[in-house]
Design a protein around this ligand. Sequence first.
Ligand code: FES
Length: 234
Amino acid sequence: MVTLKIDNISVTVPEGTTILEAAWRAGIALPTLCYYKDLNEIGACRICVVEKIGESRLIAACDNAVEEGIEILTNSPKVRAARRTNLELILSQHNSSCTTCVRSGNCTLQDLAADFGLTANPYEVALPKNDWNPDFPLIRDAQKCIRCMRCIQVCDKIQGLGIWDLNGTGTRTNVGVAGGEKIENTACVLCGQCITHCPVGALRERDDTDRVFAALADPETVTVVQIAPAVRAA
Ligand code: FES
């Protein structure tokens, strides 16, 4: 077991526990965005940064393990300022048209912006180009991707398909179909796990509601209903 102090509260947790989980044990909630327990603990978004007393550099709580005797501050002015800047930088590369977003009301980024009281962004917004086949049943909006990499991890570690990957280098690094391939040329089985794990509206299913209504209104078309996925219904 390891004992440390978080916001002056003494916590004892098993060795290997992350600072994030230790904070939870102490009843302290930290904001997270890219983190997904046991799947994505890579410290990509830097929203969960905390201050470790004696170190000048802030550390991500989600991918740093506890150490005996350390003292952590989760809500110091330095921490709050860094989290806010990180959030503003993420938003500077995100299409924030929330009113027309399928994830509005169920979006971690939207919740964080509200929690941080962001009403304006000091950074110029620069969005990547969107190049996606709108007829494919899975829709990806590059302008909403926050590069959390959850889609890459779930497709690779859980589904074993590896459809998504990081493409490009340096500041042009983006999440996309592995090798820059067209999605329709991959082995994607449309399981939807990447959509489920996306914390924002970058991935969604194609909406066929209008086509269904048109079929229902057409007296020449016989319509049937099937629950999907059929396996689960069976
Ligand atoms: S939640 Fe910890 S770095 Fe993203």
